[in-house]
Ligand binder design. Sequence first.
Ligand code: C2O
Ligand code: CU
Length: 424
Amino acid sequence: MKNRPNEVVYNLEASKFNWDIAPGKTIEAWGYNKQLPGPELRANVGDTLVVRLTNHLEEPTLIHWHGLRIPAAMDGTDVVQKPLAPGEVFEYRFVLPDAGTFWYHSHANETVQMERGMYGSLIVEDPTDPVFDGDKVLMIDDMKLNSDNEFTRPGWFVPRIVERHDGREGDTLLINGKENSVIDIAAGQTERWRIVNSSSARYFTLHLGGKEFKMIGTDGGLLEHARTLTEVLITPGERVDIAVGPFEEGETILLESLRYSRSTFLRPKRQQFATVNVGEQKASIAYLPETLRVIEPLARQDAAITRKVRLSVGPSLADGMDFLVNGDVHAHDKPVKVGELQIWEVSNTSLMDHPFHLHGFFFQLIEENGKRPEYMAWKDTVNLPPRSKLKIAWMPDDRPGRWMYHCHIIEHHAAGMMAHFELV
Ligand code: C2O
Ligand code: CU
C-alpha cells in the first residue's frame, strides 16, 4: 500500500489464529494478520518502510528485521527496545538501504513465537534488478506437532535436553505455511525464487529433481556472477535467490531437501517439501546479465584479526548442555568503534553445526578453514560446521547502539549462544 511517494506503510497485528496447513489439518498458529507466513512486504530500495505493530498476543513481542542495515533503535531486540506488552502498538520506521531478500520475525520467546509462525518476508526491489518472468518468495519451515496437530513442548528432562541440543525439528514440512504445496511455473519461462529458511533448526539442501538452477543472490543481495548448481544448502536465517527454468510443458519436478548431517542425534533424511508443476508454454522476457553487480572486497585473506569469537558447548548441571560464546552464556562482548574495519575469526569448537548471524551489518567471508572462499557475497548468516574456522570482514558504519550476534538455531540462541556489544 503506497501512501506518500517513497513511504510504504503496513499494519501488522500479532495474534493467535487457526491456520490450515493442509485441508482439514488446522493448527493454532501465532503470527501476523492471521496469515502464515505474515504478509509479504515489498518496497523499493531508498523507500521509507513504516510498520505499525499491534500486539494482540497474551505475551510480549518484538519484530526483528533480519539482514537490514537500519538504525540500532529499529533492530527490534530486547537490548534496544522494551518488548511490546499485550495491547501495545509500536511504529517501526526506517529507510531501506539495500535491495534483496530479507525477512522479519519475532525476537521474543522465539522458540515458541517463531515456531508457531511469527515470521514473514520483506522484499526490497531495485529498478536495475535483472528481469524475470516471475518472482516468488518461498519460506521454508517445519513444525513439530503431535497427532492432534498441537505444538507440544518436551516435558521430561531427557526430551527437553535433546531439543535444546538438536534444536526443534519436526516432520510437518511447510512452504509458505502449507504442506505439500504446488508451485506453478509456465513452460519456457525463467523465474526468480527467493528462498528463506525461517525454521528453528532445519538445514535445508534445496534440490529440484536434479535440474540445474542458477544461484544469483544471497543474504545481502545479488552475487557478482550466477553460479550454476543442482543443490544448495540454506541454513536457518539464510536466504538464497535462484533463477529457475525454463522447463518443459507437463513436467513435474520435486522440490526436496537432501540429507545433511549436522552431527546431532537427529537422523538426516531426504524429504519432499513441494511439487513444481510446469504449465502451458509462455513467451519469456527474462534476461540475466553476465555480471550481476560488482562487490568490492573489504579485506584480504591475510588481514590481521581484530576479534575472536568462539562458539562452543559445555556441560550444564541443570539442562545437560550450555551453548556458549567465548565461554559465556548471553555474553557481553567488547565495544566496536564506528569506522574501524572488523576482521573477526569465528570458530566452532563444538561437534555440531551452528549458523552464525550478525545483526544489522553485512559481512564478507574472507577465509574458510584456511582457504579463500569460492565466490564473493554479502552475508549476514553463515554456517559453521563442527571444528571449523571462518574469517569475516565487516565495516561498522555510523549506526551506534547495541547490536547482537548469535546462533540462528533458535534453541541454541535461547540456551545462551549469543552476545551483544555496543557500537560507539
Ligand atoms: Cu534472524 Cu536475532 O535473528
Ligand atoms: Cu547453534
